[in-house]
Design a protein around this ligand. Structure first.
Ligand code: FE
Length: 253
C-alpha cells in the first residue's frame, strides 16, 4: 500500500499509485506531484479507486494541500471520481474545453462546477508551490480529440496519459524496450488516431528535456534511452485511421 516515490529532490516529490484498480477494470496509474507545500493530482480515476487513493495520499501528504487536479481527457478511468475529489480537497480541476460539459454525467454537482476550469486547445501553464511551472501540453487525438499531457520541469517527467500505455505486462518499469513492444503495440494501433498525430507529437516532445515518460496505464519509461526508443517507435507507428479500410465497416455475417 501507499505510493511509490519515483522522483525526489529538494522541495519536490513525485509519487506513483499503481495497484489500486480492481482486477476486472483496466489497470490505471495515478500520480501526485508535490512541490513545497502544494500538490497536483493527475488522472485520479473512478469510484473503485477514490477512497483507497485518498487514504494512500493521506499517509504522505495532506489533501488540503492539493491545489490542482489534472484530467488528461474524458474517459471514466480518468474523471469518474471528480465530484469526490472536489468534495475532499480544495483543488481546482482542469480538463479540455471539449469535455467539461460531460462531467455532470459522471455526477459532478452543480455547486462544484465553478471549481472545474477549461483548457483551451493550446494548453496552459500552472504554478505549483510558488516556483514550479507545470506545462499542460496539447496531445490531441492521442487518443482523445481533446487530450493533454503534463510536463513537470523539475522531475523532467512527461505524464503522457494513454500514450505509452501498456496492458498485460507484469512489471511497472520498462527494462527492455524490444520485449515491451508486445504490450504497447495493439493498444496504440487501435486507440491512437493516426501516424500524422503521432509524428506531430514526437516533434514537439523532442524540444523538451524528458527523463521519463509516465503513462496512465502500465509501465513507465525511466531514463533518456527508453524515452528515445519510445519516441522513435511512436514516430514510425501506423495506427488508427492509417490502418482502416472499407472492409472494416462491413458487418460480419
Ligand atoms: Fe482514455
Amino acid at each position: 500500500m501507499g505510493g511509490k516515490l519515483i522522483y525526489e529532490s529538494v522541495n519536490h516529490k513525485v509519487y506513483l499509485f499503481e495497484e489500486l484498480t480492481p482486477a476486472s477494470a483496466v489497470q490505471a496509474n495515478q500520480y501526485l506531484i508535490i512541490h513545497r507545500n502544494e500538490a497536483i493530482l493527475l488522472d485520479p480515476g473512478g469510484h473503485k479507486v477514490q477512497s483507497k487513493l485518498y487514504s494512500d495520499i493521506c499517509s504522505i501528504f495532506r489533501p488540503k494541500g492539493i491545489k490542482y487536479i489534472f484530467l488528461s481527457h474524458q474517459d471514466p478511468d480518468v474523471v469518474a471520481g471528480i465530484n469526490y475529489w472536489l468534495m475532499t480537497t480544495p483543488a481546482v480541476a482542469y480538463i479540455s474545453e471539449l469535455w467539461v460539459r460531460f462531467l455532470p454525467h459522471f455526477g459532478l454537482d452543480s455547486k462544484m462546477e465553478g471549481r472545474v476550469k477549461t483548457i483551451g486547445d493550446k494548453g496552459l501553464r500552472l504554478i505549483l508551490g510558488g516556483d514550479c511551472e507545470l506545462q499542460i501540453l496539447p496531445a490531441h487525438f492521442l487518443h482523445s480529440p481533446g487530450n493533454f499531457q503534463l510536463y513537470d520541469p523539475v522531475s523532467k517527467i512527461l505524464f503522457s496519459g494513454d500514450l505509452g500505455a501498456s496492458l498485460g505486462q507484469d512489471y511497472f518499469f520498462v527494462k527492455d524496450f524490444d520485449s515491451h513492444i508486445r504490450y504497447i503495440e495493439k493498444f496504440h494501433k487501435r486507440y491512437m488516431a493516426s501516424n500524422r498525430a503521432m509524428r506531430a507529437w514526437v516533434q514537439a516532445i523532442r524540444h523538451l528535456e524528458v527523463d521519463a515518460i509516465a503513462p496512465q496505464h502500465g509501465a513507465l519509461f525511466m531514463g533518456k534511452d527508453l524515452v528515445d526508443r519510445f519516441l522513435q517507435w511512436a514516430e514510425n507507428l501506423e495506427c488508427g485511421v492509417d490502418l482502416i479500410s472499407e472492409r472494416d465497416y462491413i458487418l460480419s455475417s
